[in-house]
Design a protein around this ligand. Structure first.
Ligand code: SF4
Length: 466
């Protein structure tokens, strides 16, 4: 790693930038313009966020709060756990543990810094961690492996079997940093009693592990409070979801990113509820006026992202959709498969509900919520089995009147690369043109954004979509 990169902590650098950005909300146009002279690389990303008005500034505040919690955790006698986006942070918030969600931390480096997370991605490889691993964990992890972040006290992941590279990243980090590690088994199936019971017992073991690490018991009232907040958030999310059915789609492109980043780091916390309330208000206003959530163009095409988005400086992917008149219908990361959502109404037994009546029902709710998180639920093996990636993608694309389906991932994602071509063939047969992006969502060196956008433009033009 370059010596200059070792001068500052990763989380501190991101947190400082967001701290300044969070104070911009009340500034005048002139003040913002003056300030942007001092943030040449961040100003593009900032302007895309500020374009969303109050919702954008609320999202920045949510991130700022998240980093504040990380940076002050130890002085406030809280423990820090590295976790993955396939694991709900709700339990961690209920136990006063600060979750560092590696994939979000890596994505933010790509969105906020011109140099992205490149040096940190490479550092993991310098240490012997394979370069064919998923870049989503490897970026931020590189910083923590180099000791360039708040000290991680322990690690928890829950995707062995579903995602080998994710599980290996956590196992490698635990060994390298000599920190305790809990690996939650993924449920083999969703909805059958035997697996449900197994997963619940496993979840209870996780709680025992967390109690040992923190030296504190799980406060049942606090758990209830967090779960009730999640319940409220799920209701708002279900309402927002319904608006994807409208043509034109009244949901601004960037809201998809807000939905899942917020959920991966702040599920169960009031700041996420506030963000969702503001988003819903904006979407309702757009719907009442019959207008699209796009800022520059009328809606010309509707894209369903069957996997993840692209996280590069200036929020280029989201901005490009906006400027080309393409609305974003969400993807695997923005959906929670809660039982109150329209898209999940036919997926009997493969959703979750929230029941806060007893300790046992709360644990069941949490463990089932976990089992429906993106990669645990959708990418769990054969892509064409009932309720899995193919069926789910086609039904969502139909429900939301998609004009095309686009895949984007990371080269390290064997789970999806191993089946994306037959998957694409089947989706085409169902009537949706499919484009497979070749880049890395978290590492622009694999394919530059300019090349990525050229391929996207070519696809849209050849298929007559724009
Ligand atoms: S993107 Fe693929 S490799 Fe990365 S965590 Fe998800 S399933 Fe695993």
């Amino acid at each position: 790693m370059r010596p200059e990169i070792k001068e500052y902590n990763y989380d501190w650098m991101l947190g400082s930038l967001l701290k300044v950005a969070s104070e911009i909300g009340n500034s005048s146009e002139k003040e913002i313009q003056y300030l942007t002279n001092y943030i040449p690389y961040f100003k593009g990303t900032l302007s895309v966020l500020l374009r969303e008005g109050e919702v954008g500034t609320c999202f920045i505040r949510l991130l700022d709060k998240y980093f504040d919690n990380i940076l002050t955790a130890h002085q406030n006698s809280k423990k820090i756990s590295a976790i993955t986006f396939c694991l709900s942070p709700a339990l961690f918030h209920a136990m006063n543990i600060v979750p560092v969600t590696l994939e979000v931390m890596t994505g933010l480096a790509g969105l906020l810094w011109k140099r992205g997370a490149y040096d940190y991605l490479d550092y993991g490889c310098e240490l012997g961690f394979t370069e064919t691993s998923c870049s989503s964990q490897r970026g931020a992890l590189g910083a923590y492996l180099a000791g360039l972040g708040e000290e991680i006290d322990f690690l928890v992941c829950d995707t062995p079997g579903v995602c080998d590279t994710n599980a290996n990243a956590f196992a490698f980090a635990s060994t390298f940093m000599e920190k305790p590690f809990f690996q939650l088994n993924y449920p083999q199936t969703i909805g059958d009693e035997k697996t449900r019971k197994y997963h619940l017992d496993d979840y209870k073991d996780l709680i025992t592990f967390l109690k040992e690490q923190t030296g504190k018991d799980l406060d049942v009232d606090r758990l209830r409070e967090v779960l009730k907040e999640v319940d409220k958030q799920d209701d708002i999310l279900a309402e927002i979801e319904d608006f994807y059915c409208l043509v034109p789609n009244p949901i601004p492109v960037i809201f998809n990113l807000f939905i899942y980043i917020g959920r991966f780091i702040s599920a169960g916390l009031p700041e996420y509820t506030e963000l969702l309330e503001l988003m819903l208000e904006k979407v309702q206003q757009n719907a009442q006026k019959g207008i699209t959530g796009l800022h520059f163009e009328q809606e010309k095409a509707r894209v369903f992202m069957c996997y993840i988005d692209h996280y590069t400086l200036n929020l280029d992917f989201f901005d490009w959709l906006n400027r080309r008149g393409i609305s974003h219908l969400g993807g695997i990361l923005s959906r929670n498969f809660r039982d109150n959502t329209r898209y999940a109404s036919e997926l009997e037994k493969s959703t979750y509900g929230i029941d806060t009546s007893t300790f046992e029902t709360m644990l069941t709710s949490l463990s089932e919520m976990n089992a429906t998180l993106p990669m645990v639920r959708s990418i769990r093996g054969p892509f064409d089995k009932p309720n899995m990636w193919l069926e789910e993608s086609i039904s969502l694309a139909r429900l939301y009147h998609a004009d095309c389906v686009v895949y984007n991932g990371t080269p390290g994602c064997r789970n999806t690369w191993g089946m994306v071509k037959p998957f694409a063939r089947e989706v085409e047969k169902a009537g949706f043109p499919v484009h497979i992006m070749n880049g890395d969502a978290f590492d622009d060196r694999v394919e530059s954004w300019e090349s990525t956008v050229n391929r996207l433009e070519e696809f849209l033009s050849i298929r007559g979509l724009l």
